[in-house]
Design a protein around this ligand. Structure first.
Ligand SMILES: [Zn+2]
Ligand SMILES: [Zn+2]
Length: 349
């Protein structure tokens, strides 16, 4: 039988159904090994993020191919794989312009684990185009980080060009802030500051061995004041990556941008929230405010990144990622919503 955690009308429950089989030539059946739980899942459960009414959640997962349809050529039974949950129609105006993440029917409107059954399950049937082979250097645990890294890789591309000598601020050191810190260090950035209100999260950021400065945002507020008083206009950041999803943090950090500075809005803020920006500052300092949405074309790159970063950076204990067995999903979700741990992974094997 196949055990899974199903969302039905806002409530989660464990279901047990016969193991699915491929039913079309382009389908792949994956025996799921590890499946991440992220902030988006919590938003879905709180009714703040749209999803199918009845669906097995889980959009960050890796496992082993157990069955393939007759047309599937890219993977074979027994291959270790990771799933890109986002597909697109290939026909709408956005797809035609090379912007599949804005697709009218695909992108975030068709995500596996949100609109189609996903990886909080022992078995998951997906279409072949979503399946990517995992190189032997990556464990299946680490492979569950490919999806988050595919989104970060898109944000990183949008932030470029940015000299490695730049002063960079990461707002928020939840798991996404930590993964950003690892990526910036991997790419040679050394002047990075991480601001975070939670002491527990600051400790995790300090434990990454990047040598980055980790501070409470109040420290930066005071530094900014002192710089203003002393007329030091060199203080500030060339780039800010917001991973806090907090409008007030973004509003504040925009004021800390240097001439030519960039603000990458990466974390999701509450719907219809607002911030105040001084447009004269934007003009005079040539500031850029950049948004970043999911992972267009970055999945293969993220697999390569996770492979190259795995040994030095992607240790679950250092990143504070806890692993729970699938049937214990409720304790896992409780711990995540109490912010006791930054990230969770379900073991589905
Ligand atoms: Zn996610
Ligand atoms: Zn489309």
């Amino acid at each position: 039988m196949n055990t899974a955690v199903q969302l039905w009308d806002g409530q989660l429950s464990i279901i047990s159904t016969p193991i699915p089989h491929v039913s079309a030539p382009n389908e792949v059946l994956v025996k799921v090994a590890f499946s991440g739980i992220c902030g988006t899942d919590l938003h879905i459960l709180a009714g703040e993020f749209p999803s199918a009414k009845c669906v097995i959640l889980g959009h960050e997962f890796a496992g082993v191919v157990s069955e393939i349809g007759s047309d599937v050529k890219a993977v074979s039974v027994g291959d270790r794989v990771v799933i890109n949950p986002n597909t697109n129609c290939g026909r709408c105006s956005f797809c035609q312009k090379g912007q599949p993440h804005f697709c009218k029917t695909g992108g975030i409107r068709s995500t596996v684990g949100i609109w189609r059954n996903g990886g909080w399950s022992q078995y998951c049937r997906v279409s072949a185009e979503t399946v990517h082979a995992v190189p032997p250097q990556i464990t299946l645990r680490q492979a569950a980080l490919v999806e988050p890294y595919s989104c970060i890789a898109h944000g990183f591309d949008l932030l470029m060009p940015l000299a490695t000598s730049s002063n960079v601020l990461i707002c928020g050191s939840g798991i996404i802030g930590l993964l950003w810190a690892c990526l910036l260090h991997f790419h040679g950035y050394r002047k990075v500051t991480i601001s975070e209100v939670s002491e527990r999260r600051r400790n995790l950021a300090s434990g990454l061995d990047t040598g980055y400065q980790v501070v409470h945002p109040e420290v930066l507020v005071n530094n900014a004041k002192e710089a203003k008083v002393s007329g030091d206009d060199s203080w500030g950041f060339d780039a800010v990556v917001d991973c806090s999803g907090t409008p007030a943090a973004i509003e504040q950090a925009i004021k800390w941008l240097r001439y030519g500075g960039k603000m990458l809005v990466f974390g999701c803020c509450p719907k219809e929230s607002s911030i105040k920006i001084d447009p004269l500052e934007v003009c005079v300092k040539e500031l850029k405010i950049i948004g970043s949405l999911i992972n267009p074309f970055t999945f293969p790159k993220a697999i390569q990144l996770v492979k190259d970063m795995a040994e030095k950076y992607l240790n679950y204990d250092k990143l504070g990622i806890a692993v729970f067995d699938l049937p214990n999903y409720q304790s896992a979700l409780d711990a995540l919503s109490r912010a006791e741990i930054p990230k969770l992974c379900l073991r589905c094997e």
